[in-house]
Design a binder for this molecule. Structure first.
Ligand code: ADP
Ligand code: ASP
Ligand code: MG
Length: 439
């Protein structure tokens, strides 16, 4: 018969084990020693040779004493190719079917990487999102992760296996496959890192880390060693495609460090971590560009309380994010409203707008080829003159600013697409972010 104290601890243990089974995302109890979650993006697994190369990094992490979970993207440009294929069959494919199709990309990679690991004499097992109970909401093509049932993953890790998980995919409560938005393997990486209480989430990609700007557009951009979650979140949301915004948001929420590094070598990359006071010494840490924006202008909608709420609620219900909202009230009791959306959302937006205009009156015009250049830095909270420096850099290049928006740590200017890359380079130089020329 157990003594009362022992009985209490048995009860506590049972309670703890029960909680362990529920496995919702917010719980981060210890699961064993040293789990590392590694993610390999599309370019890092683009060919059989690269899959072999990636698998050697995975095996090295295991050999150094870690339990290793690997998240993979579809090979190379597979996701783009599948989207093109779908468009050849239907101009606007049902989102459920598109998810069904796109999820196949990652399923190919998980099997191949598991095979490559086996071929090198190590044990690995691959899982789709559904197989590890990665449950999302029901928003096809932009689903959000709700929970992950980590029991199978833990059991396989404890059996000494390397666990490979398909990124970018999950299932909704009806058992239908969902995908997590472009770049969604980043979200899979961080969510797994959070539920498994990983030491680190390693994001292996085709650049050395996070740079002060996209190095493909700004060759003088510098690699950043450490950047705060907030700065990275802002940079991602205004176009720094190296990490998905949601993934960084998630990493911040669960305090999971992300290490962005190059899959081609072993040198350290960029750590994305909680803000430290020294980060505030720099007014602008980086800049970014969003090139694929469309401006929507609504003309002569009624200027009455509740109209703007009606418009933007309808757009939000279609899961479309809008930005740069401007309203001008006219003398005749109507208003002009403009805002920007990403090109990819226009097909979903147009039917919403048609219905709204039929109900409210007014007209809509769509302008393609808009872009937004932004500067980001936690030090901006204290520094004066950041906006002036940015506007002058654009003026010196004769670039017209069509709208300005800000947050506490970001300033963004809407410019025409034709000016976009020049604008980014000008701003990058103006804030002293260019690396010194090689000696
Ligand atoms: P992966 O397939 O590995 O997920 P992505 O193509 O999604 O790779 O992301 C890496 C790319 O992100 C880089 O090749 C680079 O062009 C782009 N990028 C944009 N902004 C930045 C930035 N600030 N720092 C580094 N890379 C950036
Ligand atoms: N394969 C998906 C994409 O291309 C997900 C990812 O790579 O993160 O967007
Ligand atoms: Mg990516």
């Amino acid at each position: 018969m157990p003594r009362p104290a022992a009985e209490f601890s048995m009860r506590f243990l049972r309670f703890w084990l029960l909680l362990d089974k529920l496995t919702g995302l917010p719980r981060r109890e210890k699961t064993g020693m040293g789990i590392v979650v590694q993610k390999f993006g599309g370019t890092s697994v683009a060919t059989a040779e690269k899959i072999h190369f990636a698998s050697r990094k995975v095996i090295a992490a295991k050999a150094s004493g870690h339990q290793v979970v690997v998240v993979v993207s579809a090979m190379g440009h597979t996701t783009d190719e599948l989207i093109n294929l779908a468009r050849q069959v239907s101009p606007n494919p049902p989102k459920r079917e598109l998810d069904q199709l796109l999820a196949t990309g990652e399923q190919v990679t998980i099997a191949l990487i598991a095979m490559a690991i086996h071929a090198q004499g190590h044990d690995a097992i691959s899982f789709t999102g559904a197989q590890i109970g990665l449950i999302t909401d029901a928003v096809h093509s932009k689903a959000r992760i709700r929970e992950i049932d980590k029991r199978r993953i833990i059991a396989e890790l404890d059996a000494g296996k390397i666990v490979i998980v398909a990124g970018f995919q999950g299932i909704n409560e009806h058992g239908d496959i969902t995908t997590l938005g472009r770049g969604g393997s980043n979200a899979s990486l961080v969510a797994l890192g959070a539920v498994l209480n990983a030491e680190v989430c390693e994001n292996y990609t085709d650049v050395d880390g996070v740079y002060t700007a996209d190095p493909r557009i700004v060759p003088t951009a510098r690699k950043i060693d450490r950047i705060s979650y907030d700065e990275m979140m802002e940079l991602s949301s205004v176009g720094a495609g190296v990490l998905q915004t949601r993934a960084v948001e998630f990493a911040k929420k669960y305090n999971v460090p992300i290490h962005v590094r190059n899959s081609g070598h072993d040198r350290p990359g960029t750590w994305i971590v909680a803000e430290t006071s020294s980060m505030e010494n720099i007014a602008v840490s980086g800049c970014a560009l969003k090139k694929d924006l469309m401006r929507v202008s609504l003309k002569n909608v009624p200027d009455r309380p509740g109209i703007v709420a009606r418009i933007f609620t309808a757009i939000a219900q279609a899961n479309i994010v809008v930005d740069d909202i401007i309203q001008n009230v006219l003398d005749d009791g109507t208003a002009n409203i403009s805002f920007t959306v990403e090109h990819g959302d226009v097909a979903d937006l147009k039917p919403v707008m048609e219905q709204l205009l039929a109900e409210l009156g007014g007209a809509a015009a769509y302008e393609k080829d808009m872009a937004k250049v932004s500067v980001v830095g936690v030090g901006m909270k204290q520094a004066a003159g950041v906006a002036g420096t940015m506007f002058k850099a654009l003026a010196d290049q004769k670039i017209n600013i069509q709208n300005i928006s800000t947050s506490e740590i970001r300033i963004s200017c809407l410019v025409s697409r034709a000016d976009a890359e020049n604008a980014l380079r000008a701003v990058h130089t103006a804030f002293g972010l260019d690396q010194p020329p090689a000696a």
